[in-house]
Design a protein around this ligand. Structure first.
Ligand SMILES: CC(C)(COP(=O)(O)OP(=O)(O)OC[C@H]1O[C@@H](n2cnc3c(N)ncnc32)[C@H](O)[C@@H]1OP(=O)(O)O)[C@@H](O)C(=O)NCCC(=O)NCCS
Length: 176
């Protein structure tokens, strides 16, 4: 469990299905994906993360408002194919009624810190379709810089953002 000022990040459970489906079946939210998720795809998303926890000890975690316990999205780390390499990637999805309130940034920064503190990875990535301004703005707000643009069948063009462990250490020193 990761705690931030306003959020708790906890493991998914099958009971999160309805709240997750509301987010990932929404065409506006999923405009940078090949298609919104149907029920079967949403169930596979939860199952994939339960398997990630077992296999890696991490995955996408449910993002919950501390004040009310409401599930508002997910954020976490998974292993993704980025231009042919399997790399640790921070991902995020937030319910659109809560967009632009700093929740993705708050969750992503906590995940970034968790990864550098609890794994040996020396670089963490986020990647997205080139049109996904919200996603790459969140990556930049997480201290990441663009490291790659590459053709990607599912995204036409993907952008990859990254932060290295030494850059993260410098960021943390500046914040103290
Ligand atoms: C991407 C997403 C998670 C951002 O969530 P959010 O909670 O609204 O983001 P935040 O409020 O924390 O914003 C983080 C930064 O991005 C900027 N930002 C967020 N959405 C933006 C948008 N649509 N256009 C421009 N900038 C945006 C914010 O201004 C902020 O930057 P700042 O710190 O410099 O002010 C949300 O838009 C979402 O769920 N999108 C759909 C799912 C998705 O595409 N996920 C990514 C898959 S690769």
């Amino acid at each position: 469990m990761i705690e931030t000022e306003r959020l708790l990040l906890r493991e998914y459970t099958p009971d999160d299905f309805d709240a997750l489906y509301e987010i990932v079946s929404d065409p506006e939210t999923m405009q940078h994906y090949p298609a919104p998720f149907d029920e079967a795809r949403t169930k596979r998303w939860i199952d994939w993360n339960l398997e990630n926890y077992r296999q890696y000890g991490f995955g996408l975690w449910a993002v919950v408002l501390k004040e009310t316990g409401e599930f508002i999205g997910d954020c976490g780390i998974t292993i993704q194919n980025i231009d042919g390499e399997m790399l640790p990637e921070i991902g995020y999805h937030i319910h659109k009624k809560y967009w632009r309130r700093g929740f993705a940034k708050e969750a992503a920064r906590a995940v970034r810190d968790w990864v550098f503190q609890n794994t040996d990875y020396d670089t963490i990535y986020s990647y997205m379709k080139y049109t996904n301004v919200g996603s790459y703005s969140t990556a930049m707000a997480n201290g990441m810089k663009k490291v790659k643009e590459y053709p990607d069948p599912k995204n036409t063009i993907s952008y990859a953002y990254a932060i290295a462990r030494d850059e993260w250490k410098k960021l943390k020193e500046q914040q103290v």
